[in-house]
Design a binder for this molecule. Structure first.
Ligand SMILES: Cc1cc2nc3c(=O)[nH]c(=O)nc-3n(C[C@H](O)[C@H](O)[C@H](O)COP(=O)(O)OP(=O)(O)OC[C@H]3O[C@@H](n4cnc5c(N)ncnc54)[C@H](O)[C@@H]3O)c2cc1C
Ligand code: FES
Length: 259
């Protein structure tokens, strides 16, 4: 797959709620085809104490305008710095990296479950599923209403359900407590999930029990991002696999963490 290693110009930075940022960057060259699930390595500018590039799912792409978007949730030095950048800053990006989600057959119904920064790969996936004529339901989970982002964008590609732990939006509880999992409603052909590990594991267990094909996009901590340092490995039924290289998307039946 053709890779881009280029300085991109930060065009816009939106801050829908404190600590959450949507970065729009302009590429100096044509953007290669991006598959849903691909990620990028971002060099945090003007941050000598953030040595390694940080890893982010590609949120969306406008090929005509050469724009690429990322959702950044500030949790540490690198992400806080990215959230404080001024428009016009040049940011070095490497992408597209990693594998991608496999699409189901046209017409099949799909449940997409995201939590935290794990919602990021699902705009591109929603677009691809819409083109593939799939019936899409998004289920987004957060601690409270302010943690539920991008619902308007998701609603362009499917039905949007929510859960919040404090009950301030959608149903109360964890995503896996949502009534969509009640046996009388629960009839999907495929499930996709991305978010905190315990959430993905719980979703994976439900999918396996129900016999529904399920893919999870893992966000293991990474260093090189190119399959060399082995710091991102996850156990699978065929031994340890590199999340940055063989992943980040894995079928849950293949992962060892389901056992
Ligand atoms: C494939 C992939 C895609 C990702 N996509 C997104 C995205 O779209 N949006 C987004 O906001 N974030 C995403 N992340 C997570 C993001 O890379 C980390 O939040 C970021 O590297 C943290 O950098 P930092 O310098 O702010 O934090 P640091 O100062 O390096 O760390 C702060 C704290 O966060 C912990 N931490 C760091 N990285 C991770 C991680 N990957 N998982 C869990 N805990 C971590 C550290 O242990 C530490 O406790 C993704 C990660 C991967 C591997
Ligand atoms: S981050 Fe180095 S091998 Fe995956």
């Amino acid at each position: 797959m053709q890779k881009i290693i280029e300085d991109h110009k930060l065009i816009k930075i939106d801050n829908p709620v404190p600590g959450n940022y949507i970065l729009t960057l302009e590429s100096p060259v044509e953007i290669p085809h991006i598959l849903p699930g691909n990620f990028a390595e971002i060099k945090v500018p003007d941050a000598p104490d953030v040595l390694l590039r940080r890893h982010f799912s590609i949120l969306d792409v406008d090929y005509d305008k050469r724009l690429i978007r990322f959702y950044v949730k500030a949790i540490g030095k690198g992400t806080q710095k990215l959230g404080s950048l001024a428009p016009g800053t040049k940011v070095s990006l490497i992408y597209p990296l990693g594998n991608s989600f496999k699409l189901p057959k046209p017409g099949e119904s799909v449940l997409i479950i995201g939590g935290g920064s794990g919602i990021a790969p699902f705009i591109l996936l929603g677009k691809a599923l819409q083109k593939n004529n799939n019936e899409v339901t998004f289920l987004i989970g957060g601690r409270s209403k302010k943690d539920i982002l991008l619902t308007e964008e998701f609603s362009e590609y499917g039905k949007v359900l929510m859960t919040t732990e404090d009950g301030s939006a959608g149903e109360t509880g964890l995503v896996t407590n949502h009534s969509v999992f009640n046996p009388e409603n629960f009839s999907f052909n495929k499930i996709y999930t991305c978010g905190p590990d315990p959430m993905m594991k719980a979703v994976g267990r439900i999918a396996i029990k129900a016999g529904i094909d399920c893919e999870a996009s893992l966000e293991n901590m990474m260093a090189c991002g190119f399959g060399i340092c082995l710091c991102c490995v996850t156990p699978t039924k065929e031994g340890n696999k590199r999340v940055c290289w063989e992943g980040p998307v894995f079928n849950v039946n293949y992962l060892k963490w389901q056992n």
